[in-house]
Ligand binder design. Structure first.
Ligand SMILES: [Zn+2]
Ligand SMILES: [Zn+2]
Length: 286
């Protein structure tokens, strides 16, 4: 039985030449899901998506049997800011991201909650919720996922309580979820490596946020240790989280339909090796 007939596994792939090229790129690795940037993530500006491209994208997703697909929002967005001009930029940026994912008919829009630079964390969490309240809409088909942060610098969202504090202040709660980045959660100080630590972490996630909000994973190993609060991804099995840590996730039957997206440093060059390691720890179902 192949990995992708059991779990929902993919990687971040290039959308060069247009998003419609992404499903084909993902299928090279036998992925059944993928993540892209729907626009240049280092720029505010974007070209509109032509109608033929949208149509071609939908056909490609279907013909390669991709599901629960993810967009990663621009790194520039900081919905946590209190600075009026930055706030407006972030808000508009998020609206564009949402518009694009809706046009593409993709499922999950993951973003980094934001930074509390110059203000309190509490204020920052409130800003993020307020911004989302302005962006989310009832007819929206996709979900916006808050990504767990490593706690580097002044970034917020590095524990489950902070993420819950944001969601508590959101009106359209069914439009939001969490993207659990294994590198970030480990770096922020949760033990997800030992079986007991993993069980405890997931229990804590469940009681704070609810496991039904866990709608996506970024499956990464980490260069730095737990509690380092440093966000440096590593190839699967080659970091401090190691094969034991990764094994907890890919063998957890509760998450069979939750996309696990590789964001390892070598990107498409390294996915075959990442998958080899995952297959090595994956326990076939009997
Ligand atoms: Zn991210
Ligand atoms: Zn990261």
């Amino acid at each position: 039985m192949s990995l992708s007939s059991t779990i929902t596994i993919g990687g971040h792939v290039s959308a060069a030449g247009g998003p419609s090229n992404a499903p084909g790129r993902a299928s090279v690795f036998s992925f059944n899901t993928f993540q892209i940037f729907s626009k240049n993530q280092m720029q505010w500006k974007s070209k509109p998506l032509p109608e033929e491209e949208i149509k071609r994208f939908a056909d490609e997703v279907k013909s390669h049997s991709m599901r629960n697909t993810m967009v990663h929002a621009s790194y520039l967005l900081n919905l946590g800011t209190s600075d009026p001009s930055l706030k407006e930029k972030a808000l508009n940026g998020m609206k564009v991201e949402l518009e694009r994912i809706e046009l593409l008919g993709m499922d999950l829009l993951t973003f980094h909650p934001g930074s509390s630079k110059g203000i309190t964390e509490k204020e920052s969490l409130k800003n993020i919720a307020e911004a989302l309240n302005q962006v989310l809409f009832k007819e929206q088909k996709s979900k916006i996922l808050l990504e767990t942060a490593a706690g580097q610098g002044s970034n917020v969202g590095y524990n489950f309580e902070q993420l819950a504090e944001i969601i508590d202040q959101i009106s359209l709660k069914d439009k939001v979820g969490i993207c659990f980045d294994t590198c970030h959660v480990w770096a922020s100080g949760y033990d997800i490596k030992s079986p007991e630590g993993y069980a405890e972490t997931m229990d804590s996630f469940d009681s704070t946020l609810g496991l039904d909000r866990l709608n996506g994973f970024h499956l990464n190993d980490s260069k730095k240790g737990t509690g380092s609060r440093v966000d440096r991804h590593e190839q699967i099995g080659q970091g401090t989280l190691g094969m034991d840590g990764i094994s907890n996730f890919v063998n957890d039957r509760r998450f069979r339909n939750v996309p696990m997206i590789l964001e390892t440093p070598r990107g498409e060059e390294g996915y075959d090796e990442d998958l080899k390691v995952i297959r090595g720890v994956f326990q076939e179902e009997r």
